[in-house]
Design a protein around this ligand. Sequence first.
Ligand code: C2E
Ligand code: MG
Ligand code: MG
Length: 250
Amino acid sequence: FEDSIENRHFQVYLQPKIGLKSNLLEGAEALVRWNHPQRGIIFPSEFIPLFESNGKICRLDLYVFEEVCAAMERWKQAGLPLVPVSVNLSRQHFRDAGFLDTFAGIASRFSIPDNVLEFELTESIFFDNQQIRTVRQAIQEMHSMGFLCSLDDFGSGFSSLGLLKNLPIDVLKIDSLFFDEGPDRNKDMALVEGIIDMVKKFDIRTVAEGIESMDQVEYLKRIGCDYVQGYVFYRPMPQSDYEALLIQEC
Ligand code: C2E
Ligand code: MG
Ligand code: MG
């Protein structure tokens, strides 16, 4: 791990989020890949669980965040628009009460403006009321530091409506399992429509994850979903490809 951090074997890919009103690229998510010198490209499902259990994940998340800040600085210098980027934040950070200061320090070193960096939290971090209070305070602190916050993989685990009430999130990412076109399709559609209607009333924007067909895109447009992230538009791509896309779109 240390060797790979030092030698920059971890690569930050970006997957565009498309705005359903504009049909334009309006954001991206940073997703890490490990370009291992012996094993080639390794996907996060193979190493994130390990780094979650040995504590290395916090260092990796900071690395990814810094790479994103550095990329944004490059885009700014190249005259490209600062399209917002989200990064995934492991639950392990919450063990350290001051963890956000480190992130804020990096963002200010690169002079990143407010409201273009977003932290994605997975709903699985929530266990008890004390933890919900901790996360609520962290989200308030994120806002005061100029960061946005989204709730990732909503619906994949123990999603609770209480979370939507208690956490002042900006964005809800609806998990791809609602879009798998399985036998429960009617229930999936009812749930997705209900979730989108409900959170609109709290001014929370919605992202549908893992969208692979244009039929799904048309449907999501009709029911008022704000953004789509999925292979139907783009797969996660290296930063150089993403930059080419930014140039082409702007
Ligand atoms: P996630 O945050 O929910 O990211 C979305 C995952 O869905 C990504 O997988 C993405 O490549 C995949 N995806 C996007 N669109 C589609 C689609 O249309 N179809 C299908 N089948 N898949 C799609 P990826 O990149 O393998 O990442 C897996 C998970 O690993 C992420 O899920 C996230 O929880 C975690 N992860 C990735 N990078 C980081 C990181 O830097 N830090 C932390 N803590 N976790 C990370
Ligand atoms: Mg995510
Ligand atoms: Mg997700």
